[in-house]
Design a protein around this ligand. Structure first.
Ligand code: ADP
Ligand code: ADP
Ligand code: ZN
Ligand code: ZN
Length: 752
């Protein structure tokens, strides 16, 4: 048996058509194909799942007896797998506690450097740690920001406390806190808050904890009363989510305002630690430097004690800079990084990993990268390979496909029309394979189509957020505008923060998951499942509610989920099919009810496109057609939204927005997860929105979208402090002659 290849026999997961293939190890292997063709089914749900299962098999029987039995993916067998590591785009943390510095260990070495070489020796390295009591700034507990309650959000001054003047959900009428307030007799609970004196209000909000006496005959109360804002601030501090864009704030976040901590200036550490210098610089100065500048500083730090620490830091820094995130700084909370940035930080971390013969699995590492930076990414992937690892990369970017040693093209179509191997072999042979990927690679061309003119616009003036250098610009109405520029140039700051902050009515169509309800699917999202349940009810003489996932018709064991999840300590959560219903989600009684020969489970597992003719209900057909229009006809109607990729989720959102007029839509890299063939479809949807007089603003680095835009705003020239300027505003044709613009340069190359 050959050990230099992963051998897969008859994979049948989801839509895979019993495919067998051999994948060379220690190579850069790219998996491509249209969206829904089966790439994830092969790479994640077959290869990775089996690698995890085989890993667990190597544990002692003692350990295994304490774990759920992992199910085998639907494949006859896979040989020669290595330990697999997924480098994904999930955020690395949700609170402010984890920063680029802590996540990359650079901060650990910085503390070490300061404790060994600082000009004022103050103790061991933890005295510089912002997550350590002896190092943290006492005023912000090491978060670098202060959190204050927004009193105007918190209080409804036209009401009395009894009527619910305190609007925070923890204080709702009838709840524990409300009953306490009404019971303790400290405040006049029947006086409108607008009639409170300034002092009364101050006590209500910010009183220090005062002992209270329990009123006669009342229930149990806390022994102290603390001002409500004071308590909310204190208890919120530690679980505070990092500041996200305005659009993502949760219900609780709207009650809070963040501001930099004025004691530590955002550096998170206490006065003593802030005073120590190495080569004339303090930690507060170093953690806000861009990584490129930090590297320059370290280069000049000498001495026997410092040398090994500096060498290690510069090694880590070189990887981060090489992969294109040199514009970040150590104090940046990782929760504020984009998906692509998070993935690149994780990738840089792996270059410092001493294990070899690993199998790295990456999903679209080109996300968020300007064509200029693709070469660097390929260099990085090759470095991981040269360390003796195998790389399995799902990707659509023509330049990354071109750099692969081996290409597996899955398809040719999506869903039932895909799941086959169109081509597997060295990249040179791909162009002759005749599938959609080779066709699109061959016919790629320059600027196309006509520009829709505009006369009305929305102005942005003097934006200075993050790296923006007092940017003023016009966003034209009723046309398709692309915001371009290299990573870190300021695109998201300008659009997702500044523009959306001023245009709150804009609809954001991003790739974030579609809500937290694990029972949702495309049908529930578009509201078509209600109609289907009614049809089922009429057709089977049963109450429609019986067909709901959270009714008594649902399987009681898994509560209508079809799977049961287990949390694992050392790897991702594991989902196991429910034994009671075998994943069918309903009770046997409900499953026996048939409508036109199909049970509700049959309908939920049928593809959306096949169901268009199954129901003769125009309301249902219309909504299913919309889903097909956005290219999601291959999805099973009941496929949980939680299993959709970011790009698919984005298209479900698009589907629910079509046929509206005069709105503003903002999309952040809508081409993520899309094959060149899918991009054509996406473009036609964007054009449709524009034809209906909507304003569409997309942040995009994909040249195949940029060349179709009506208007382009190019930011740059570089990332971070070297960016944040507008280099160009105008049509794609005019961008060709803008010499300072990287985007213009790459657009020119496409023209050739
Ligand atoms: P790609 O990664 O190429 O976009 P996928 O492997 O995600 O494609 O999907 C291939 C097919 O398998 C699609 O028809 C999709 O609807 C189906 N599929 C994917 N994930 C699931 C799932 N968890 N349950 C059921 N069907 C799925
Ligand atoms: P792009 O969208 O073009 O990749 P961004 O707008 O994300 O660029 O970033 C522009 C600059 O602003 C970068 O230097 C980045 O590090 C910085 N930046 C972005 N978001 C934040 C944030 N939440 N906190 C601090 N700096 C940020
Ligand atoms: Zn502070
Ligand atoms: Zn069940």
């Amino acid at each position: 048996m050959r050990h230099d290849r992963i051998i897969i026999n008859n994979a049948r997961t989801h839509n895979l058509k019993s495919i067998s293939l051999e994948i060379p190890k220690n190579k850069l292997v790219v998996f491509t194909g249209v969206s829904g063709s089966g790439k994830s089914s092969l790479v994640f749900d077959t290869i990775y799942t089996e690698a995890q299962r085989q890993l667990v098999e190597t544990f002692s029987s003692f350990a295994r007896a304490r774990m759920p039995k992992l199910s085998r993916p639907d494949v006859d067998g896979i040989q020669n797998l290595s330990t697999a590591i997924v480098i994904d785009q999930k955020r690395m943390g949700t609170t402010l506690r984890s920063t680029v510095g802590t996540a990359t260990e650079l901060y650990t070495y910085l503390r070490l450097l300061f404790s060994r070489c600082g000009d004022a020796f103050i103790g061991p390295s933890f005295v510089f740690g912002f997550n350590h009591p002896s190092g943290m700034c006492p005023d912000c507990n090491g978060l670098g920001v202060r959190i204050k309650v927004d009193v105007d959000q918190l209080l409804d001054r036209d009401k009395t406390i009894r009527e619910g003047a305190i609007t925070h959900p923890d204080h709702k009428v009838g709840g524990w806190n409300w009953r306490e307030m009404v019971g303790i007799n400290l405040f006049d609970v029947d006086k409108k808050l607008k009639e409170y004196t300034e002092e009364e209000l101050q006590d209500l909000l910010y009183a220090e904890a005062v002992p209270i006496t329990k009123p006669h005959g009342a229930g149990t109360y806390a022994k102290h009363f603390e001002g409500i804002a004071r308590r909310l601030e204190r208890t919120y501090l530690d679980k505070a989510p990092a500041e996200r864009s305005i659009t993502q704030k949760d219900a609780y976040q709207k009650y809070f305002r963040y501001s930099a901590c004025d004691s530590c200036g955002g550096s998170r550490i206490n006065e003593k630690a802030r005073g120590v210098r190495v080569n004339g610089k303090t930690i507060p100065e170093l953690v806000q430097m861009e990584l490129v500048a930090l590297d320059g500083f370290l280069e000049a730090v000498g001495g026997d004690v410092a040398r090994p620490i500096v060498a290690k830091m510069r090694q880590i820094l070189s990887h981060l800079i090489e992969i294109g995130v040199g514009y970040l700084s150590l104090n940046r909370p990782v929760a504020t990084l984009s998906g692509g940035e998070s993935q690149r930080v994780k990738m840089a971390r792996q270059l410092d990993c001493d294990l070899v013969e690993l199998m790295y699995i990456l999903d679209e590492p080109s996300v968020g990268l300007h064509p200029r930076d693709t070469d660097r990414l390929v260099g990085m992937l090759n470095r991981l390979k040269e360390k003796g690892n195998s790389l399995l990369v799902v990707e659509h970017d023509p330049d990354i496909i071109g750099a692969a040693d081996y290409v597996v093209d899955i398809g040719p179509g999506a869903g039932a029309d895909g799941g086959g191997i169109v081509y597997a072999g060295p990249v040179e042979g791909l162009l002759h394979s005749g599938g959609p990927t080779s066709e699109y690679l061959k016919k790629r061309s320059g600027i196309q189509g006509t520009r829709k003119p505009w006369n009305d616009c929305i102005e942005i003036s003097n934006a200075t957020l993050h790296n923006l250098k007092s940017v003023s610009t016009k966003i034209p109405k009723g046309v398709l505008t692309c915001i371009t520029g290299v990573a870190g140039s300021g695109k998201s700051s300008l659009i997702n923060e500044v523009f959306l902050g001023e245009n709150k009515e804009a609809v954001v169509i991003d790739q974030s998951p579609l809500g937290k309800n694990v029972r949702s699917n495309p049908a529930t999202y578009l509201g078509v499942f209600d109609l289907i349940r009614k049809e089922f009810g009429q057709g089977t003489d049963a109450p429609p509610s019986l067909f709901s996932f959270n009714s008594k018709g649902a399987c009681p064991k898994c509560s209508g989920l079809g799977t049961i999840s287990y949390e694992m300590h050392f790897m991702d959560d594991v989902k196991v099919t429910c034994e009671e219903c075998q994943g069918k989600r309903y009770t046997e009684e409900v499953l026996s009810l048939q409508y036109r020969g199909k049970s509700i489970h049959d309908v939920l597992t049928t593809s959306i496109q096949d169901l268009r003719t199954f129901f003769e209900n125009p309301g249902i057909t219309r909504k299913l057609n919309i889903l097909c229009d956005v290219g999601l006809g291959y999805l099973a109607l009941g496929q949980p939204l939680s299993t959709l990729s970011g790009g698919e989720a984005q298209r479900v959102k698009l589907a629910s927005e079509l046929h509206k007029r005069g709105k503003i839509y903002v999309m952040d890299e809508p081409t993520t997860g899309l094959h060149m063939a899918d991009i054509e479809r996406l473009l036609s949807i964007m054009k449709r929105l524009v034809d209906e007089d909507n304003t569409v603003v997309v942040i995009e680095h994909n040249l195949d979208i940029i060349k179709h835009a009506d208007w382009i705003i190019d930011l740059g020239p570089e990332g971070g402090s070297e960016g944040g300027e507008i280099l160009f505003e105008g049509t794609p044709q005019d961008l060709l002659s803008c010499e300072r613009s990287h985007t213009g340069k790459y657009l020119n190359m496409l023209q050739a």
